[in-house]
Design a protein around this ligand. Structure first.
Ligand code: NAG
Ligand code: NAG
Ligand code: NAG
Length: 226
């Protein structure tokens, strides 16, 4: 009898643990950008830093940021590193996203990574985006209140770009959409918009001008405060 009770009790525990995990998994969609934000917040909270609000307007801008590189992995890091001019945020990125330019808030940190091999979000986070002490300082910075992440492939595949933007603005009042709802821009995936984005069709074509030899493994990245 006691044995049966214990058994029953154990089964109940297993059921509840299972239900709890299933529940948290539903909140994180298939979207790799959402998964990247989850990895960032997990890592921050493990370090007693606050969990950041996922802002879809900021995330859409992160996707535009990637597009500014037009698939050129070599421009992401190393000696030929390039960075889109700051004026692009208000003049190009915000309008493309339907984000009201007057609601743009300061960017308090950014990570950009490019990789010829597709990595899942947790690996992209730990292997490409977090590269040194400087990236850790940015990751754990108290200056951020919100985050947005984006991921895209080129021509439906390699190279893959990951971008994370952090901001100090008030989550509900900054990077707001003109229409009130997220404007989903394809190709590519961005976080915070409850957008199921995972299939090859979601990745495809930054217009196919850039054909990179995919046999050459490139991994580039940079981390910038402000
Ligand atoms: C947070 O990320 C860093 C860099 O990838 C890693 O060294 C550390 O173990 C992570 N911490 C947790 C709690 O996952
Ligand atoms: C936080 O913001 C302050 C003031 O702008 C700046 O000096 C500092 O470097 C920032 N910290 C990080 C980790 O970016
Ligand atoms: C911000 O937005 C969230 C989600 O839409 C809502 O639950 C929350 O109440 C809002 N907070 C403020 C201060 O407006």
């Amino acid at each position: 009898m006691a044995k049966a009770m214990t058994m029953c009790y154990l089964l109940l525990i297993i059921f509840f643990v299972y239900a709890a995990t299933a529940d948290t998994q539903i909140k994180v969609t298939n979207n790799p950008a959402d998964k990247l934000v989850a990895a960032i917040n997990e890592n921050r909270t493990a370090h007693k830093a606050s969990s950041l609000t996922d802002n879809p307007g900021l995330a859409c801008i992160a996707l535009q940021y990637i597009k500014a590189y037009q698939g050129d992995c070599g421009a992401v890091g190393g000696s030929d590193a390039k960075k889109p001019p700051e004026s692009q945020f208000a003049e190009v990125f915000a309008p493309n996203c339907g984000v009201v330019a007057s609601t743009l808030a300061p960017i308090t940190g950014r990570f950009l990574g490019c990789e010829t091999k597709y990595l899942h979000a947790p690996e992209a986070f730990s292997e490409i985006l977090i590269r040194n002490q400087k990236s850790l300082d940015i990751l754990y910075s108290k200056n951020h209140t919100q985050v947005g992440a984006a991921v895209t492939g080129t021509d439906g595949g390699s190279p893959y770009f990951w971008c994370v933007l952090f901001s100090s603005g008030k989550p509900n009042k900054t990077f707001t959409f003109e229409s009130g709802v997220a404007k989903i821009t394809k190709p590519g995936c961005f976080s915070g918009a409850n957008d199921e984005c995972s299939g090859a069709s979601d990745w495809s074509a930054l217009n196919g001008i850039w054909l990179f030899a995919t046999s050459v493994l490139i991994a580039m990245g940079f981390a910038l405060a402000l």
